[in-house]
Each structure stands twice: as structure tokens, then as C-alpha cells.
Design a protein around this ligand. Structure first.
Ligand code: NOJ
Length: 561
């Protein structure tokens, strides 16, 4: 067990910088090519020098890795390739000792097909009480040879898999991820136990995987997939307003979720200070408040922000709407630009032959100029996000300005969602390639062995070691930005500044000003002392694809006198 010294402030998360660690690709201490918890322990200094407030760990549970660990065999243990529960305690203790909170991923929509409950259900056979914990149905057709309905999994292929005994089970993701039946009291009770297990172990909060999915309507007659899928929010579906009344879509965002998360809230609030939770919520913006309500999970990912093309108008709209929604719900919003499911934002913002809508999930090789422009826009966007009120979520490697790795050989692909679309390989592996820590050496300091996903040659030049030696590196910029954000952090309001159509500018209550130039020509900055830019000013003007932070000159005088 770890001490709770850092957990004294109940609202620590409202404006926290949360750094996402994808454990298998962060650092490998035992030289088996896969990242592990001792590896994280050996790199705590990196997280400290970066200045993050919390670390969110993607799943580290025992898993066959059919979906990168989001296929959980046991919710209350650590995968042996990643470490042990003792290693977990040691990581929590080390982070807490530096005032860094710990958030872990919880995956409540589905388990893995190796989970003891699923294995029990298989063994117990059709019609047994053990099968009620998951979603088993008889098939259609003369001998039940057809699936119960035509629903598809989010990763492609049917959402139903047939067993040798003839029954079918539902899985919204891979066939190795059977969906739990959340109408079953054992399922609900077991997750409460899991929350308490980790709460007692010292974690500060949870990131809730596909938080909008758990409850389902499996009553017959089933809605046709054409109708179900036409009403999924982006990027799972096409987006746009749902034809189902709010809370009545058969697969997601259902009204019953309120009861589930209210029971989780009771567990969260039984700790002092309460545990934190953020939902992975691909829902229409007007539904976000259901999850972020303080009586529910408390915070919800606002993914509209990362969906933005590089356009000032769109950024302004999304920021305004997100802040208003969060305020209505009595919470703070989130700003996410990259995570383990999406093309890294340095690549997304680069000029590319792909249509803007494709860039979140697909990447193609781009030339050096495009890479440079993408990175410049990415750091400008990061500074903008970090200056906004709310929590900022960073994904491991973005502090190095990493681009998506676009040349993963077909034989190395791990992502079950990987597919070729019009000759373009779509895979989430490109953002999950193990981090480069050193300029050279086996797996660039990730570990002693070859990394589990191949690292490209250019990783050495962007490694932590290379960038630490430079004052002008992306890493140096992130460190300065996080430090300054801490210094300047203040109340959760902003005042918009009118600096032209292509410029997003705002002032925080203490006078901290952030300006981002989305246009092609340099723009004048408002009065103030410039404290940080992602690229140098040109003749005192903010160039294209750049951000600047300013503080009032009077504040500066007071600070230095
Ligand atoms: C969302 C996770 O972020 C993603 O990586 C995973 O594949 C799906 N949920 C299914 O768990």
C-alpha cells in the first residue's frame, strides 16, 4: 500500500496535466522487448522533469494482447511480462513521492475470453446461470447457424461469434473481448470490488474505457445494423445527430448508465479525497454532461477538440462549446491532441494527401518539409491546449514531437483493427512504437533487446537524450511550457481577444495571454511580455503556425522586484 500524501486536494484533477503511459511501449527493464513497470520506475525522473501532475496507465493487466491489453483476463492483477503487484506499488509510491497522481485504465464493457467468468460460462453451457454474466443468444436459421442479428463489431466483422455448442456471444470489439451483461448484479458488484481494490492500493483515479457502451438493449426485435450504425457518433460512425431519442440507442449512451456510474461514485466518494474518473466518451457533445456530472464519473473526454482541422474558426467554436458544456455540468473539460488510438498530432497537422477526416486514423509517409510544418503546428496546438482552463492530457512521445511511424511492416502489425483502405494501412501501431530514450544503442534505450514493434532509424535523433542536450528541442519546449503553466495557473475562465479571423487569442483571469496564429501571414501580438513561443518571433510578429504566451508587463515587474 502506498501513502496518500499527494491526495489531499480533492480538485487536483480540474486543471491537471495528465501524461498517458502505454506500458508496453514506455521502457523495458528486463530486456524482453516489452515495456514493464520496473521500466516505468527507471524513468520516473523523465516524468518529474517534464512536470506532469498525473500519469494515466493504459492497461497492464494479464492479457493475451488481442487488443493491446484492452482484453483483460484479470482486473486485479498485473501481466507477468509487465511486472507484479509489488512493482505496481513501487511505481505508485515513486510517483506519489514526487507529487504525481496515478490514474489507471478500467475496461468495463468487455473482458477477455480468457477471463475466469467467461471460461466458466463456456464450460457451464447454454442456458446456465454462468452464461448470464455475458451476452449469449441462440442463432437464427433452421439450426441456429445464423447470428442473432446483423450487428457488426467496431473493429469490422460480425459482432457475434458462435461456439461449438451452437450459441453465439456478443462482442463489440474483437471476438476475444466478450461484452459483459451489465444487467447482471454479479457484474456490477465485481466492478465495484475492482474499483475498491485499486483505490485501496493507492490509485488516485480511473480512465473508463468506452464508458458509453456498458448498457445495451438486447430485446427483440433488434434494430437493423443499418440503423444502429447510422447513429453512432464519430469516429466509430458517421457522426451527426442521432435518430434515436437520447438514451435509447441500443448499444451506447443508454439511460441505464446513470445508475451504474452513480454506484461507482459512491465508491469514489468513500475515499478521502474522492477518487477521480474520466470517461472515454464518444458521444454527441450535448450528452457529455451525463458522464462528467459530479454525481457520475466527474469528467469526460472532449474528443471534438482533436477532431478539429487546422482552422482558427473551428478551434474557437470547439473551445467555446466545450467550456460551456463543462461549466453547465459543474466540472472541468479536457484537451486531448493525441492518444494510443489516433494518429499522432504532429503527423495529423502536416500537409498530407489524405482528406482531413481520414487523418485521425490513417497516415502515409510525408516529406521533411511537411513533417516540420506538422510538428510546428502540433507544438502550437499543444501550447494552446495547455493555456486553456481544464485538464490537458498528453500522450507518451508527444513531448518528443514524435511523428506517426508509417512504415510498420505487415508482419509486425499487432493492432486487431489494422486494415488496408485504398492501399493505405490503417493501424494504431504507428503511435504505439516504443519510445526512444537514447541517441543510439539497442532499441534506442527502450531496453536491451529489439523492441516489440520496430523503431524507425529517425528515432535516435528525436530521443530524450538527444533532445535533452538542446535548448530548442520539442522536449525543452514541453518542459518550459509545463513549468510556466504551473506558475501561471489560475481560475477557470477566459476572455476572448479579437486578433483577427485566423488568430485564436484569449486571456486568463490573471492576465496570462495565449495567442495562436492559424493563418499564413505573421500577426501582431497584444501588449505584454512574451514568456514562451514554440518558434521564434519574426520582427516582433508571431509567424504562421505558432503560439505565444504573454503576461502583463506590470505582473512581470511585480514578480521580479
Ligand atoms: C478504447 C481503447 O482506447 C482502445 O484502445 C480499445 O481498442 C477499445 N476501447 C476497446 O477496449
Amino acid at each position: 500500500m502506498t501513502d496518500r500524501g499527494v491526495r489531499s486536494d480533492p480538485s487536483w484533477w480540474r486543471q491537471a496535466v495528465v501524461y498517458q503511459v502505454y506500458p508496453r511501449s514506455f521502457a523495458d527493464a528486463n530486456g524482453d522487448g516489452v515495456g514493464d513497470l520496473p521500466g516505468v520506475l527507471s524513468r520516473v525522473d523523465h516524468l518529474v522533469s517534464l512536470g506532469v501532475d498525473a500519469v494515466w496507465f493504459s492497461p497492464f493487466y494479464p492479457s493475451a494482447l488481442s487488443d493491446g491489453g484492452y482484453d483483460v483476463d484479470d482486473y486485479r492483477d498485473v501481466d507477468p511480462t509487465i511486472g507484479t503487484l509489488d512493482d505496481f506499488d513501487a511505481v505508485v509510491a515513486a510517483l506519489h513521492a514526487h507529487g504525481i497522481r496515478v490514474i489507471i485504465d478500467i475496461v468495463p464493457n468487455h473482458s477477455s475470453d480468457r477471463h475466469v467468468r467467461f471460461q466458466e460460462a463456456l464450460a457451464a453451457g447454454p442456458g446456465s446461470p454462468a452464461r448470464d454474466r455475458y451476452i449469449f443468444r441462440d442463432g437464427q436459421g433452421v439450426a441456429g447457424e445464423l447470428p442473432p442479428n446483423d450487428w457488426r463489431s467496431f473493429f469490422g466483422g460480425p459482432a457475434w461469434t458462435r461456439l461449438p455448442d451452437g450459441q453465439w456471444y456478443l462482442h463489440l470489439f474483437t471476438p476475444h473481448q466478450p461484452d459483459w451483461n451489465w444487467d447482471h448484479p454479479d457484474v456490477a458488484e465485481d466492478f465495484l470490488r475492482t474499483l475498491r481494490f485499486w483505490g485501496d492500493r493507492g490509485v488516485d483515479g480511473f480512465r473508463v474505457d468506452v464508458a458509453m457502451c456498458l448498457a445495451k438493449d438486447l430485446r427483440e426485435p433488434y434494430a437493423a445494423w443499418e440503423v444502429v450504425s447510422a447513429n453512432l457518433p464519430r469516429p466509430i460512425g458517421a457522426g451527426g445527430p442521432s435518430r434515436f431519442p437520447d438514451g435509447a440507442h441500443p448499444l451506447l449512451d443508454r439511460a441505464e448508465l446513470d445508475t451504474i456510474y452513480a454506484s461507482w461514485r459512491q465508491v469514489f466518494d468513500s475515499y478521502d479525497p474522492p477518487l477521480f474518473a474520466v470517461g472515454e466518451t464518444w458521444v454527441e457533445p450535448h450528452r457529455l454532461a451525463r458522464y462528467s456530472d459530479p454525481r457520475g464519473l466527474g469528467q469526460a473526454f472532449n474528443f471534438d477538440f482533436l477532431w478539429n482541422p487546422w482552422e482558427a474558426t473551428r478551434f474557437r467554436e470547439v473551445i467555446r462549446d466545450s467550456l460551456a458544456l463543462a461549466q453547465t455540468a459543474g466540472t472541468s473539460t479536457t484537451w486531448v491532441l493525441s492518444n494510443h488510438d489516433l494518429v499522432r498530432h504532429a503527423t495529423r497537422y502536416a500537409p498530407s494527401p489524405l482528406a482531413p477526416d481520414q487523418r485521425l486514423t490513417a497516415a502515409v509517409p510525408i516529406g521533411p518539409e511537411a513533417r516540420e510544418q506538422g510538428l510546428r503546428r502540433a507544438t502550437a496546438a499543444t501550447m494552446l491546449a495547455l493555456a486553456l482552463p481544464g485538464s490537458a492530457y498528453l500522450y507518451q512521445g508527444e513531448e518528443l514531437g514524435l511523428h506517426e511511424v508509417t512504415d510498420i511492416p505487415a508482419a509486425s502489425v499487432q493492432d486487431p483493427q489494422a486494415r488496408l483502405v485504398d492501399g493505405v494501412l490503417i493501424t494504431r501501431d504507428g503511435c504505439r512504437v516504443p519510445l526512444p530514450w537514447t541517441t543510439s544503442g539497442p532499441s534506442f534505450g527502450f531496453g536491451d533487446a529489439e523492441a516489440h514493434l520496430p523503431q524507425p532509424e529517425w528515432f535516435g535523433a528525436v530521443s530524450v537524450q538527444t533532445q535533452t542536450a538542446s535548448d530548442t528541442s520539442t522536449l525543452a519546449l514541453y518542459r518550459r511550457a509545463l513549468q510556466l503553466r504551473h506558475e501561471l495557473q489560475c481560475g477557470e475562465e477566459l476572455t476572448w481577444l479579437d486578433l483577427g479571423a485566423d488568430v485564436v487569442g484569449f486571456r486568463r483571469p490573471n492576465g496570462w495571454v495565449s495567442v495562436t496564429n492559424f493563418g499564413a501571414s505573421p500577426t501582431a501580438l497584444p501588449p505584454g511580455e512574451v514568456r514562451l513561443t514554440n518558434v521564434d518571433l519574426v520582427d516582433g510578429l508571431l509567424p504562421a503556425d505558432a503560439s505565444a504566451w504573454l503576461v502583463p508587463v506590470a505582473t512581470t515587474d511585480a514578480r521580479t522586484s
